[in-house]
Design a protein around this ligand. Structure first.
Ligand code: SAH
Length: 202
């Protein structure tokens, strides 16, 4: 998977490639679809949600510039796969999931696989997780038509935020924000298709 889908498509960051080789994607999927674990696309994980395509996980990881000493916030834990890939590289990953069943399943999985540096909770990630802010990395794995202001506020100086932005029902663009000297630099990367960012109470 890493050779043909990820390295061949231009991912070069050594830490990202190492993490993608190490994390067993099949253990993040329902048993019934685990035989598709190393194929080249998103896969259903129940509750209308998906585990992202391996290449997209690698791409978002590389763009976020993970390194030891950094902390990250992920919105949309889902299966927990993206959080685990980050946790192989950085110090601590905080992750929030809005579907209670998925949040519970992911927490069990992190414990089973020994990811003591992932802190997971149920909730609406729109408002981020101010208690542990600021974050060097914020990764949002669900799409919306704008980047939530609380997430921009919780980004550290020099921090990087990656999120699919656009029409949640169609194709979005992966957007990279970099906070520099209080200002924000915004770059549009590649077209992507993610499930919509939901709001509690909507
Ligand atoms: N990172 C995941 C991808 C999951 S798909 C993985 O590696 O498997 C996106 C997830 O975002 C879904 O599980 C969905 O329930 C969740 N989600 C949607 N809106 C959310 C919100 N406002 N806060 C937290 N999670 C949300």
């Amino acid at each position: 998977m890493v050779e043909t889908q990820i390295a061949a498509r231009g991912i070069t960051d050594a830490a990202t490639l190492r993490a993608m080789r190490k994390v067993p994607r099949h253990l993040f999927m329902p048993a019934a679809s685990a035989r598709n674990a190393y194929s080249d696309g998103p896969e259903p994980i129940g509750y209308g949600q998906t585990i992202s395509q391996p290449f997209i996980v690698a791409y978002m990881t590389e763009v976020a510039k993970p390194a030891r000493g950094k902390t990250a916030l992920e919105i949309g834990t889902g299966s927990g796969y993206q959080a685990a890939v980050l946790a192989e590289i950085i110090d601590t990953v905080y992750t929030i999931e809005i579907v209670p069943e998925l949040a519970r399943e992911a927490s069990t999985r992190f414990k089973m696989l020994g990811y003591g540096n992932i802190v997971a909770r149920y909730g609406d990630g729109y408002k981020g997780w101010p208690e542990h802010a600021p974050y060097d990395i914020i990764i949002v794995t669900a799409a919306a038509d704008h980047i939530p202001q609380p997430l921009k506020d919780q980004l550290a100086e020099g921090g990087r935020l990656v999120m699919p932005v656009g029409n949640p029902a169609a194709v979005q663009h992966l957007i990279l924000l970099i906070k520099k000297k209080g200002g924000i630099i915004e770059k549009s990367l590649v077209p992507v298709r993610f499930v919509p960012l939901k709001r509690l109470g909507n």
